[in-house]
Design a protein around this ligand. Structure first.
Ligand SMILES: Cc1ncc(COP(=O)(O)O)c(C=O)c1O
Length: 401
C-alpha cells in the first residue's frame, strides 16, 4: 500500500523535549513523584498587566483576523524594542509576527530552501533546527562547538562547514542547551567568516537574550557586523522573556523580500497569529520591564545552586552557563559504571533513563541536542526542586559501581 506520509517526513523525529514530557506525564499518572528538569519554559505565570492587556483586547472585540504579518502596533513595538534594547534600526515593514519564534524559523526555511541546500547548525543545538531544515528539503550540516570554550563554535569550524551549497548559518546566543553566550570578540570572529561568504544568510536566534548572568552580555551579530543586515534574519519573541510560551507570539526582523515571503506563507497557512496574543505582546514590549529583570534575577540564583550541587558529584562535569535556563553537564565520567540492577551505562541516554528510574529525576540526553555524553537540565523550577532533584541524582551516582 502507498505510504500515507510524505517522503520529506521520513527523517523527521518528534521533538525530544515533547517525548520527555510524555515520559514524565505517564510516570506521574502512574503515581510516581517525578522532579522535572526537562522544562523549556519559565515556571511562573505571565505578568498580570500583560494578561490584562490580552483580556481587554478580547473584551474590546479584537477577535478577528489580523493582517498576516501582524498588527501594526505590534510591529511598531518590536521595532521600538530592537532600537531600545539592541540598538538596531528596523522599519515596521521589515518585521513579521509568527506563532512563536519556532514558526518564524520554520517559515524562513520553507521560504528559502531548495532541495539539497545546506544549513550550518552549531552543536549542541536546539532540537528543532535540524528537523525543520529537513522538513523543508534542506540538509542540516552540524558544526560541533569547542569543548575547551564552553561548547561554542570556533571560526575555523564554521569556515570548514560552509560549502557552495550553504544557504544559512544558524547562531543561537544565549544557547539552548549549553547556556553559552558569545562575547563581542567571539561574535566578531564568527561574523568575519560570514563576511567572506556573501551568498550565505545568517539566522540569529536571540530568544534567551534577557537571561544572561554575571558579567555576560548579549551581543547580536548585527551589533558587531552591521553590513550583514542585508542577509540576516533576527528571530526573537515574547515566550521566554515574558513567560508567554502559550500565547504563541514570535517575530522575525530582516530584509523586506524575506519578510514578505514569510508573510505570504502565513497568509496561505495560519492566516495570522491570535489577535489577543498580539495585543498582549504589545503590552509586554511597551510596558514596564521589571518582570523580565525579576525573572533573570531568579534564574541567576537557581543557576548557581544547580551548578554548585552538580559540581560536587563525581563523574559529572558541570560548566557554568552564562545564559538561558539550562545546564549541560558532561557525564563521560559515568560511562562504564554499573547500576545496582547490573546495567552498564554506555551512553547519556542510559544515564538519563537511570536517573529517571533510580532518582525519579527527569533530564534530557545530550544526544538529542547533537552532542554526547551530556544531559540537559533546566533550572526553570524552584530552588527546592533543584536541591531535591540534584541530591537524588547524587545518591543515584553513589549507588553506581
Ligand atoms: C533556542 C530556541 N529558539 C526558539 C524557541 C521557540 O520559542 P517560541 O516559544 O517563541 O516558539 C525555543 C523554545 O524552546 C528555543 O529554545
Amino acid at each position: 500500500m502507498r505510504s500515507l506520509l510524505a517522503d520529506r517526513l521520513k527523517t523527521v523525529k518528534p521533538s525530544p523535549s515533547m517525548a520527555a514530557k510524555i515520559r514524565v506525564d505517564s510516570l506521574r499518572a502512574a503515581g510516581k513523584k517525578i522532579i522535572d528538569f526537562t522544562i523549556g519554559e519559565p515556571d511562573f505565570p505571565t505578568a498580570a498587566h500583560i494578561v490584562q492587556g490580552g483580556v481587554e483586547a478580547i473584551m474590546r472585540g479584537q477577535n478577528k483576523y489580523t493582517s498576516s504579518n501582524g498588527i501594526p502596533a505590534l510591529r511598531q513595538a518590536i521595532a521600538g524594542k530592537l532600537e531600545r534594547e539592541n540598538q538596531l534600526s528596523f522599519k515596521a515593514e521589515d518585521i513579521v509576527v509568527c506563532a512563536g519564534a519556532k514558526h518564524v524559523i520554520f517559515n524562513a526555511f520553507a521560504a528559502t530552501l531548495n532541495e539539497g541546500d545546506e544549513v550550518v547548525i552549531p552543536a549542541p543545538y536546539w532540537v528543532s533546527y535540524p528537523d525543520m531544515v529537513a522538513i523543508n528539503g534542506g540538509v542540516p550540516v552540524i558544526a560541533t562547538g569547542n569543548s575547551q570554550n564552553a561548547l561554542k563554535l570556533s571560526p575555523a569550524t564554521l569556515e570548514a562547514a560552509i560549502s557552495e551549497k550553504t544557504r544559512w548559518v544558524v547562531l543561537n546566543t544565549p544557547n539552548n542547551p549549553s547556556g553559552a553566550v558569545y562575547n563581542r570578540q567571539e561574535m566578531e570572529a564568527l561574523c568575519a567568516v560570514l563576511l567572506r561568504h556573501p551568498d550565505v544568510w545568517l539566522l540569529t536566534d536571540e530568544i534567551y537574550e534577557h537571561f544572561v548572568y554575571g558579567a555576560a552580555k548579549h551581543v547580536s551579530p548585527l551589533n558587531v557586523a552591521p553590513t550583514l543586515a542585508s542577509r540576516t534574519l533576527i528571530v526573537n519573541g515574547v515566550s521566554k522573556a515574558y513567560a508567554m510560551t502559550g500565547w504563541r507570539i514570535g517575530y522575525g526582523a530582516g530584509p523586506a523580500p524575506l519578510i514578505k515571503a514569510i508573510s505570504t506563507l502565513i497568509s496561505q497557512s495560519t492566516s495570522c497569529c491570535s489577535a489577543a496574543g498580539q495585543v498582549a505582546a504589545v503590552v509586554a514590549l511597551n510596558g514596564p520591564q521589571d518582570c523580565v529583570k525579576e525573572a533573570a534575577d531568579l534564574f541567576f540564583g537557581r543557576r548557581d545552586r544547580m551548578v554548585q550541587i552538580l559540581q560536587s558529584i563525581p563523574g559529572i562535569e558541570c560548566g557554568v552557563p552564562d545564559g538561558a535556563f539550562y545546564v549541560f553537564p558532561c557525564v563521560d565520567g559515568l560511562m562504564g559504571k554499573t547500576t545496582p540492577q547490573g546495567k552498564v551505562l554506555s551512553s547519556d541516554i542510559d544515564v538519563m533513563m537511570y536517573f529517571l528510574e533510580a532518582a525519579n529525576v527527569a533530564t534530557i540526553d545530550g544526544t538529542s541536542y547533537g552532542l554526547s555524553p551530556y544531559l540537559r537540565m533546566s533550572f526553570a523550577t524552584s530552588i527546592e526542586q533543584i536541591e531535591e532533584g540534584c541530591r537524588a541524582i547524587h545518591d543515584a551516582v553513589r549507588a553506581l559501581a
